[in-house]
Design a protein around this ligand. Structure first.
Ligand SMILES: *[C@@H]1O[C@H](CO)[C@@H](O)[C@H](O)[C@H]1NC(C)=O
Ligand SMILES: *[C@@H]1O[C@H](CO)[C@@H](O)[C@H](O)[C@H]1NC(C)=O
Ligand SMILES: *[C@@H]1O[C@H](CO)[C@@H](O)[C@H](O)[C@H]1NC(C)=O
Length: 560
């Protein structure tokens, strides 16, 4: 019986695979100039797309490079050339700039004309090639979702783009266009960008990563050349010409956000230096790490030898991360973040609540009134372990006399441009006459605005808060935390801190700690967030065992 079933199933599969159509053919046009810093990531993501490679043909042009973009391209092509249907390249080793060009982000008329012509020749090449589709993609796009191409093809639009995120409001679509063809912000824009509205949207502009169905007759009217559009008096710009030619031919431009597809970097402004791009890459990689299955990302990152920044402690005497030994996946993930951010971090083994023995538990005393205001239960072992981890670290800081320490937990994500922001913040902190603790990440619990610290741009007076995701601590602050003698009236660590800086709402709790003069500030905006919020998919807490659901341990690609 079983065998019969197997045969029937096999038969069905076989029949289906004969009846199935092959995937449509896609010509992919890739233009490269001075992208050595993004190319490895672009290429490894691109290569990971699960669209059949024998149905894809590549058209790659590169010129005017002053970095080793061509070397990277050649190396990559030689490793993949047998997989793709064909690869057409034109590499010009001129190493030259355009006349009158003064920086990597300066667009001269010559440069605009050159890009317009290149894009148009890709379009014409794809038409002559009889490709079903043209995918135009820039190499500062990181398609971290391997299903992107299959999805776009399945939508059956003449022109469609996957919504790509940057670290800010920039994306690869517009939701409004002015009468003179420039960008216009409309109120529909952010709900689509932030995926509050899901779907495919007809918009006046898509760019940077666009799939065009060349089998549609109407697609013959598409062009990147402004002068080919009748009565068009707009700017000399490839993407605007393309959008207008589509609109004039009644072709709708669509952007889709039903899945998370990936990222793009914000184009440099005229006076920006290339290292802005490096910083953006770091932000994107960290973001990818937050969103994706960690092992998959690690694979992507490993594919190319990557130049990591030199490590330092960002001006702190030490940076510590508290990590439970039985959470090695968090430690790995955080270490990748530290590598990318160039942070030298000492890992401290956290005290595992599960391994606390009876004699130790008998030696500590809990605050009599204490019960968690939300869960109405006494302290859990995990919370005790968490307290002891921080407590032991405070002891170490005092023993070793570290003047300024940064303490991190292991389930955190870093705000974009973390290093810069920390440097700005700490420059202010160092000018303060007295400070003990500065929250980098926390959960604010009070409704009212917290007052700014006089004359400060980055610091507020901390109110009642939860969480200890990350904080800077002075030696004086560590001493005060120990002098509070918390093991004789224990509360969770994120209740203890607000008690000591005298912002805890429960007066009776505060009464147990007569000295409450910890000087606590908070970064504003915060620089560290939890990787997952309580109740979100993937949330695992070591202190709230009730949320420990094994199925959510894995963030799979389907979750994207
Ligand atoms: C794709 O769209 C075309 C034109 O809108 C339509 O005729 C065709 O049936 C669609 N194909 C599928 C598979 O939905
Ligand atoms: C063309 O642009 C006009 C004006 O913005 C708009 O109303 C119309 O829907 C556009 N056409 C298509 C096919 O998107
Ligand atoms: C109990 O735990 C404490 C603190 O972790 C440790 O110092 C002590 O040796 C342990 N005692 C026993 C009997 O295992």
């Amino acid at each position: 019986m079983k065998l019969l079933k197997k045969i029937i199933i096999l038969f069905i599969i076989t029949c289906n695979s004969y009846a199935e159509d092959k995937h449509p053919t896609i010509l992919v046009s890739i233009l490269v100039r001075n992208k050595a810093h993004t190319l490895p990531y672009f290429l490894s993501n691109f290569e990971s797309l699960n669209y059949p490679k024998d149905r894809m043909s590549l058209w790659i042009k590169s010129d005017h490079n002053t970095d080793n973009s061509l070397e990277i391209l050649r190396q990559w092509i030689s490793s993949v050339k047998d997989n793709y249907h064909s690869i057409n390249t034109e590499f010009i080793e001129d190493g030259a700039q355009y006349s009158g060009e003064y920086g990597p982000a300066h667009w001269t008329t010559d440069r605009f004309n050159h890009i317009i012509n290149l894009r148009e020749s890709a379009l014409n090449f794809a038409r002559k090639f009889w490709a079903d589709y043209l995918l135009t993609i820039d190499c500062d796009v990181f398609l971290v979702n391997p299903d992107t191409l299959n999805y776009l093809v399945s939508k059956n639009f003449t022109v469609v783009a996957p919504l790509l995120r940057s670290e800010g409001l920039y994306s690869n679509f517009w939701y409004g266009m002015t009468d003179d063809y420039y960008y216009q912000r409309t109120e529909e824009y952010t709900p689509v960008l932030y995926r509050e509205n899901l779907g495919c949207f007809n918009v006046p502009m898509v760019h940077t990563c666009v799939l065009i169905d060349l089998r549609r007759k109407e697609s013959d009217y598409l062009t990147y050349v402004p002068s080919r559009i009748e009565n068009f008096n707009g700017p000399n710009d490839d993407i605007i010409a393309f959008a207008i030619s589509a609109n004039r031919s009644a072709i709708s431009l669509n952007v889709c956000n039903e899945l998370k597809f990936g990222y793009l970097t914000v184009p440099l402004e005229q006076n920006d230096q290339l290292n802005m791009d490096y910083e953006q890459m770091i932000n994107i990689k960290l973001e990818v790490l937050n969103e994706m299955n960690e092992l998959y990302v690690n694979d992507l990152l490993k594919k190319f030898t990557r130049e990591l920044p030199r490590k330092d402690t960002l001006g702190f005497d030490k940076i510590f991360m508290i990590n439970l030994l039985r959470r090695p996946e968090r430690r790995r993930r955080m270490n990748i973040c530290f590598d990318e951010l160039g942070l030298e971090v000492d890992v401290l083994d956290a005290v595992d609540g599960k391994s606390l023995n009876e004699s130790f538990l008998e030696s500590i005393k809990f605050m009599p009134e204490f019960s968690d205001p939300y869960h109405k239960r006494p302290m859990k072992l995990g919370e005790i372990g968490c307290f002891m981890s921080h407590f032991n670290l405070w002891k170490k800081i005092v023993q070793e006399r570290y003047e300024i320490t940064l303490v991190l937990e292991d389930d955190i994500r870093f705000e974009p441009f973390f290093r810069h922001k920390v440097q700005n913040l700490m420059a202010e902190v160092r000018r303060m006459p007295n400070w003990d603790l500065v929250y980098f990440g926390r959960k604010r619990l009070q409704e009212n605005d917290e007052p700014w610290v006089d004359g400060s741009n980055y610091l507020v007076h901390a109110g009642y808060s939860y969480w200890t995701l990350g904080y800077a601590l002075s030696l004086r602050g560590a001493r005060k935390l120990l002098q509070g003698d918390p093991l004789t009236r224990l509360v969770p660590v994120d209740e203890y801190l607000p008690i000591l800086f005298d912002k805890h709402p429960q007066d009776s709790w505060k009464g147990h700690f007569p000295r409450r003069d910890l000087v606590a500030y908070s970064a504003a905006p915060l620089l560290i967030y939890p990787t997952h919020y309580t109740g979100e998919k993937g949330y695992i807490s070591d202190t709230e065992d009730s949320f420990l659901v094994p199925e959510v341990l894995k963030v799979t690609r389907e979750d994207l």
